[in-house]
Write a protein that binds this ligand. Structure first.
Ligand code: OGA
Ligand code: NI
Length: 361
């Protein structure tokens, strides 16, 4: 099964809309009254924050430090979201990666348009997620590219300009993928499984790794829309490099939403649906969303570390017991991902969990 070849409606670049100086957003971006961000009021528990973990203890080879491991366990099972520092990815490279993408989005529209994407693979420059005609859209543009498996890596589908982008993103990808491998080991050990369990379940060296660069232009009416509607990430694990200056990511905690305050040179890591399934829900894939604002654009790099797309993903048999039966049936990531690629972001409905907050229906 595949997504259609084309978008159901002509694509509007959100950045062009924003640059045009409009003071009211078009109807197709206005969320129903019950699904708006309620900025600054109900639901935002800003006093709370997601855990920050120093990964130094994991990078020291052969010494997976137990205190670090237990912090990672708690973060994955209770929060599904955490920040990591001392993670082994070069901080200057992180800054460079953000800079080259900011430059990319600030080029003339013709340059970007040459990479315009289709729903068939989503690779390239895009402005919507989902193919339903008449859907209410999110206030963002993005760029999506593949790094792994190697067979899907096509540098011609990565922007040629700005000139250093391909080289910077190649090195950045290599380092983030290495970090993904380190964390996957920690997550396996914490489930009392062999350290390579999750990596093997993901396909060993044949994992998927892809980058989605999100560009959230200034929005004249940020209280009526989202930069990215509530969703959980369908894949394995996500490494988000957030904007250094502009907050926007909100994470579901109980009945509220926590606005994440990024620590310097940290990655925001979150568990995706495939790891929730493999861990039989010991690890949680948590809903999150992005708010926009009228004074600042925002840029983020979301690196998705995913299972090989045609492997069956199901709860690890070691984690299925009479007391805790398998909560999910087996499915390939290809089949799984089609849902969000067709319908767009829809909370956590795909894992059979409903979003019980009024502002999230
Ligand atoms: C995503 C995502 C958050 C952000 O791309 O899946 O949740 O802060 N991004 O841009
Ligand atoms: Ni996400």
């Amino acid at each position: 099964m595949n997504c259609p070849r084309d978008w159901p409606e002509p694509i509007i670049r959100v950045q062009s809309l924003s640059d045009s100086g409009i003071t009211a957003i078009p109807d197709r971006f206005v969320k129903p009254a019950s699904a708006r961000p309620s900025l600054g009021s109900i639901g935002s528990t800003d006093t709370n924050s997601i855990p920050i973990i120093d990964l130094g203890g994991l990078n020291r080879r052969d010494n997976l430090e137990t205190t670090t491991l237990s912090k990672v366990y708690e973060a994955c099972s209770e929060w599904g979201f955490f920040q990591v520092v001392n993670h082994g990815v070069n901080p200057e490279l992180m800054d460079r990666a953000r800079e080259v993408w900011r430059e990319f989005f600030h080029q003339p529209m013709e340059v970007k348009q040459a990479y315009g994407n289709s729903p068939k693979t989503y690779e390239g420059y895009g402005s919507r997620l989902g193919v339903e005609k008449g859907a209410v859209l999110d206030w963002s543009d993005y760029y999506f590219l593949h790094y792994l498996p190697c067979s899907l890596r096509d540098y011609n589908k990565w922007p040629a300009l700005p000139e250093p982008l391909r080289e910077v993103i190649d090195e950045y990808s290599k380092q983030v993928v290495r970090l993904g491998g380190v964390l996957l080991k920690a997550l396996s050990i914490n489930l009392c499984l062999k350290e390579n369990f999750l990596q093997n379940a993901f396909g060993g060296d044949d994992i998927g790794a892809c980058l989605r660069v999100n560009f959230y232009p200034k929005c004249p009416q940020p209280d009526l829309t989202f930069g990215l509607s509530p969703h959980s990430d369908p894949g394995g694990m996500t490494f988000l490099l957030p904007d250094q200056n502009v907050p926007g990511l909100q994470v579901r905690k109980n009945d509220g939403w926590i606005t994440v305050k990024p620590a310097p040179h940290a990655f925001i890591v979150n568990i995706g649906d495939q790891i929730q399934v493999l861990s039989n829900a010991i690890y949680k894939s948590i809903e999150h969303r992005v708010i926009v604002n009228s004074n600042h654009e925002r840029l983020s790099l979301a690196y998705f570390y995913n299972p090989k797309s045609d492997l069956l993903i199901q709860p690890a048999k070691e984690l299925v017991t009479p007391d805790r039966p398998a909560l999910y049936s087996a499915m390939t990531f290809d089949e799984y991902r089609l849902y969000i690629r067709t319908k767009g972001p829809r909370g956590k409905s795909q894992l059979g969990e409903s979003s019980n907050l009024q502002d999230d229906k």
